[in-house]
Design a protein around this ligand. Structure first.
Ligand SMILES: *[C@@H]1O[C@H](CO)[C@@H](O)[C@H](O)[C@H]1NC(C)=O
Ligand SMILES: *[C@@H]1O[C@H](CO)[C@@H](O)[C@H](O)[C@H]1NC(C)=O
Length: 550
């Protein structure tokens, strides 16, 4: 629209102004759950001054005992994911993949040679760091690595690790012309194919949080063949139907969706909350244990995710808030806003005319959840302001292969607790690992059954071959005017590796065997044929000896 125009960022002054008025409105509207200094006002001058004074005073406080812990926490806050992983004694690798539409994505890996790969996808405004930033005691990345998995953590386009492009520059708005739809359509296939080719595996486990689940539904709906590449999918705080979202912040924002869309277009704002040095520095200053403003930080989280003071380790706030938020496109938020408003889980609404051009209909088409053939486990909670239980119920009804639907048994467990809660392991991850193992065991059993079934088939085919040979010999021994019912020695195939077609052929041939004995010429031969046919027919019901378990 504005070729080569420079993209504005969320933190620039027009946005700050716009948001100030909105946030003021919000805080007045629903002040019960949080006491908050406008969370988005960090770019205003007065707030900066406040931070600086806090910084100075808190430095004076910190001469004493907490020093090591504090410097440790502050270091964690400033390290990028691979360095953070290495700091805690795990190996780490960085891989880059290029999507079909040219975005260059970074993936972080805790490698384990020859092990089953698992792909972890973060939510909106988040990064790969989210799976490790709470440290080896409760980070899912470390936990899976300890259990013997090859852990891959993706980064969606637009976050701080995936801001490069083969031809576009993220300073310009053309770069930011995407929603989560493109992440499902281009980013995930690129990630998955790269991992599989690198590891030699045919399938991987997928674990997503929030938007990381939505893009998975998009992938399977848009490219159903990818279902074949996933052993199991685990959805933490799954997003699809978000009409009933409870978040007062987003409920209010969505009322202004049209206005906000128009305003951001006019102001050419395309990027939302990038991970700037300013944000990193100041979250370290404002959120650490000795800062009197620490409550502001926790309230920012509660505002977005749901109130829960028990499960939040406040000491880690500087780490959380310096790694997150980490950049998203405005269009991406707009798309989520549309889902909230319409109650559908569907493609981006471009307006009547452009919908006609793009989708050949007035409204955008829904994503087809029935194509998600993968075994899916859903993990959700009551106090999640972004995911309603009714939304998850509907999602579970529409997904064809749900193996677990787990409501976390803690009333105040919120959206971000799925990543950072103190007790996230006993509350969620242990169950997740059990589900992974369950699917793997079922697969193993299935493979073993299939193998023994094939062996059985092979044996039976061999027997048949022998019978035919015998019969052919018999045939040649007969006087020339005696005819056996023909087709007996036709139609047998040599045993092959595929089970199903083999069974059908066998069954068909066996039918031929029993039905063909017509107009016998001599009694002896008919009897011969009949006995042979009976032998062959012994296992009449060729049912598959096991079920394809869900
Ligand atoms: C992205 O571009 C920046 C700046 O050119 C460069 O420093 C960085 O290494 C690039 N990252 C990738 C993954 O290509
Ligand atoms: C909170 O985090 C700090 C720093 O990593 C850690 O020392 C402490 O044990 C954590 N607290 C709880 C309750 O897990």
């Amino acid at each position: 629209m504005w070729p080569n125009s420079r993209a504005c960022r969320w933190g620039s002054w027009p946005t700050a102004l716009l948001l100030h008025s909105l946030v003021a409105l919000l805080v007045c509207g629903s002040a019960d759950a949080f006491t908050i200094l406008s969370p988005f006002s960090y770019s205003s001058l007065s707030f900066k001054n406040l931070l600086n004074s806090v910084f100075l005073s808190s430095n004076a406080n910190l001469a004493g005992g907490g020093r090591n812990l504090k410097s440790d926490v502050l270091e964690d806050a400033s390290l990028i994911t691979p360095k953070l992983i290495r700091k805690y004694g795990y190996p780490s690798e960085t891989h880059t993949v290029v999507t079909k539409d040219g975005y260059i994505l970074e993936m972080h890996r805790i490698p384990k040679k020859g092990a089953q790969p698992v792909l972890l996808m973060h939510g909106i405004l988040d990064t790969s760091a989210t799976w490790v930033l709470m440290g080896p005691k409760s980070g899912l990345g470390y936990m899976l690595s300890d259990l013997g998995y090859d852990v891959w953590m993706g980064n969606s386009r637009g976050n701080r690790y995936s801001k490069n492009h083969t031809s576009l520059n993220s300073d310009y708005q053309e770069f930011w012309d995407f929603t989560f739809h493109e992440m499902g359509k281009y980013d995930l296939p690129a990630n998955i194919d790269y991992i599989l080719s690198k590891t030699g595996y045919e399938q991987l486990h997928y674990i997503g949080h929030s938007q990381g689940t939505a893009i998975f539904w998009v992938l399977c709906s848009e490219q159903p063949a990818y279902s074949q590449k996933i052993t199991s999918m685990h959805a933490l705080a799954p997003i699809a139907y978000i009409h009933d979202m409870k978040s007062p912040l987003f409920r209010t924002l969505v009322l202004f969706l049209d206005f906000l869309t128009a305003a951001t277009r006019m102001l050419r704002i395309t990027e939302f909350m990038p991970n700037t040095k300013f944000l990193v520095d100041h979250s370290q200053v404002v959120c650490h244990d000795n800062a009197m403003t620490q409550d502001v930080c926790s309230n920012i989280l509660f505002l977005v995710a749901g109130y829960n003071s028990e499960q939040l380790n406040k000491t880690m706030l500087p780490v959380m808030l310096s790694h997150t938020p980490s950049g998203a496109s405005i269009k991406q938020l707009e798309h989520f806003g549309q889902l909230m408003k319409s109650g559908h889980f569907r493609k981006f609404d471009r307006g009547y005319l452009r919908n006609q051009l793009e989708y050949n209909r007035m409204t955008p088409p829904d994503y087809d959840l029935s194509r998600v053939k993968v075994p899916v486990a859903l993990y959700y909670s009551v106090n999640d302001l972004l995911v309603s239980t009714t939304g998850v119920d509907r999602l579970a009804r529409e997904l064809p292969n749900v193996i677990d639907k787990y409501l976390v048994p803690m009333e105040r467990f919120n959206h971000l607790d799925f990543l950072w809660a103190i007790d996230v392991k006993p509350l969620v991850y242990n169950r997740l690992v059990r589900n992974i193992r369950r699917v793997e065991n079922q697969r193993a059993k299935l493979t073993a059954n299939l193998a023994s079934f094939l062996a059985m088939q092979l044996q039976r085919q061999q027997q048949l071959q022998n019978q035919i040979q015998m019969q052919t010999q018999l045939h040649s021994a007969l006087p020339p005017n005696v005819h056996l019912p023909h087709r007996i020695d036709q139609g047998f195939m040599m045993p092959t590796a595929t089970a199903m077609p083999l069974t059908t052929t066998t069954a068909a041939t066996m039918t031929t065997l029993t039905t063909t004995p017509t107009t016998p010429t001599t009694t002896t031969t008919t009897q011969e044929t009949a006995t042979i046919a009976e032998d062959v027919m012994e296992p009449t019901t060729t049912t598959f000896p096991f079920e394809f378990a869900a």
